[in-house]
Ligand binder design. Structure first.
Ligand code: PHE
Length: 345
C-alpha cells in the first residue's frame, strides 16, 4: 500500500479501536503507539519515501502519532478515574485531606490583640485567682461593707459567710500586684469576671475584662489620657474619635469613662450606640490615694492610673456581633467564621 494510504488507514483504525478496558489499552499500545507498534514501524520506513514527499508525509505521520497518543492518554485517565480507590496505587505526592484543626476563640483573639498593643509600650501581664476574698475584690479597693457601690457589682458568694466570692472585676489583681511588687509598675491584667446578672443579649453572668495599672513617681492624668488614646487608635484605627466623661469608681479619684465614636454607624446613630454616635469602651481614673495606702505605698511619693475594659464590648465593635451570648454557646457555625482572620499581636 502506498505510504500515505497506510497513514490514513492506520488513523482510521486507531480512532475506531476499542479502549474501554485495561486489556484493550494494552492491545492498543501494542498495535499502534508502542515501540513496536504500527506507527513506529511507519516512522522507520519514512526514509524510503521519495525525498520530495518526505516533508508532507512526515507531517501526516506526526499527526497520526499525536492523535493516537492523545486518545490513549484520555482513555487511560478515564479508566483510572473509574477504578475503585483501593485498587489504585497510593499517590504519596498528593496533598493530604485537611482536617479542621480548630481556631482561636474570638474573645481570645481580641484579648491577645489588646495585650499586644500594651506590651509594645512596656506593659507586662499579671494574673490572679477567680475565687477571691472580700478584701481583694472590695475592701482594699475602697468599697466599705454595705457601701452602695457594691450594688453595681452584685456577686456570687462561694461561702455562707460571704468572705469568699467569684471576683467581679480584675481590679483584684491591682491589689495583689501592688502588694507583691514595688513601683514602677506597668501591668495589664486580663481575666474572667462574674456578676450576678440576668442573661440577655447585653449582659451575662460572666464576661472578660482587661485592666491596666501604672504606678510610679509623677504619673499624671495626661499620661493616662495619652496611653488610652494610643491604645484606642491602635485597636480601632486612626480614624476613631474619643472623649472622656466624668464618672465614679470607689478606687479611683478622679474617675472617667472613655467613649469611642461608633464604628458600626460611623457616628450617625444606630442601635449599638443607642443613637448617640458614641460607645463606652472603658472606665479609668487616677488610683485613689487610699488604695495606695491600703497596699502600703506612700501617696505623697507615688501616683498612678488604672483602667478597665470589657473584651466582649471590644469584640462587638470589631466584629459587629449583636448578641454576646453567642460567645459562650459553642456554636461552630459562629466560631468558625473567625478561623481565617489574622490577628496581630
Ligand atoms: N473595675 C471597674 C469595673 O469593673 C473598671 C475600672 C478599672 C474602672 C480600673 C477604673 C479603673 O467596672
Amino acid at each position: 500500500m502506498e505510504f500515505e494510504a497506510r497513514i490514513q488507514a492506520l488513523l482510521a483504525q486507531a480512532q475506531a479501536a476499542p479502549l474501554a478496558t485495561q486489556a484493550e489499552l494494552e492491545d492498543y499500545k501494542r498495535r499502534f503507539t508502542g515501540k513496536k507498534g504500527a506507527i513506529a514501524e511507519l516512522f522507520a520506513t519514512l526514509k524510503e519515501v521519495p525525498a520530495d514527499q518526505k516533508a508532507a508525509l512526515g507531517q501526516a505521520l506526526n499527526h497520526l502519532k499525536t492523535q493516537a497518543e492523545a486518545r490513549y492518554a484520555e482513555a487511560e485517565a478515564l479508566l483510572k478515574a473509574q477504578q475503585p480507590l483501593a485498587d489504585q496505587p497510593a499517590d504519596l505526592t498528593l496533598p493530604g485531606t485537611l482536617r479542621h484543626t480548630g481556631g482561636r476563640h474570638p474573645l481570645r483573639r481580641v484579648e491577645r490583640q489588646i495585650v499586644g498593643i500594651f506590651q509594645r509600650i512596656g506593659f507586662s501581664v499579671a494574673d490572679g485567682p477567680e475565687v477571691e476574698d472580700d478584701w481583694h475584690n472590695f475592701g482594699a479597693l475602697n468599697f466599705p461593707p454595705e457601701h452602695p457601690a457594691r450594688d453595681m457589682q452584685d456577686t456570687f458568694f462561694v461561702t455562707e459567710d460571704k468572705s469568699w466570692l467569684l471576683r467581679t472585676h480584675t481590679s483584684t489583681v491591682q491589689i495583689r500586684a501592688m502588694e507583691a511588687q514595688q513601683p514602677p509598675l506597668r501591668l495589664l491584667m486580663p481575666g474572667r469576671v462574674y456578676r450576678n446578672e440576668a442573661i440577655s443579649a447585653r449582659a451575662h453572668c460572666f464576661f472578660h475584662q482587661i485592666e491596666g495599672l501604672v504606678v510610679d513617681e509623677g504619673i499624671s492624668f495626661a499620661d493616662m489620657k495619652q496611653t488610652l488614646t494610643y491604645f484606642v487608635t491602635q485597636l480601632f484605627g486612626p480614624g476613631v474619635q474619643t472623649r472622656l466623661r466624668p464618672s465614679y469608681f470607689p478606687f479611683t479619684e478622679i474617675s472617667a469613662e472613655m467613649d469611642v465614636s461608633c464604628r458600626v454607624c460611623g457616628g450617625a446613630g444606630c442601635t449599638v450606640c443607642k443613637h448617640s454616635g458614641w460607645v463606652e469602651i472603658l472606665g479609668c481614673g487616677m488610683v485613689d490615694p487610699q488604695v495606695l495606702r491600703n497596699v502600703g505605698l506612700d501617696p505623697e511619693r507615688y501616683s498612678g492610673f488604672a483602667f478597665g475594659m470589657g473584651v466582649e464590648r471590644c469584640a462587638q465593635l470589631l466584629y459587629r456581633v449583636p448578641d454576646l451570648r453567642l460567645y459562650s454557646q459553642n456554636d461552630l457555625r459562629f466560631l468558625q467564621q473567625f478561623d481565617q482572620l489574622s490577628v496581630s499581636g
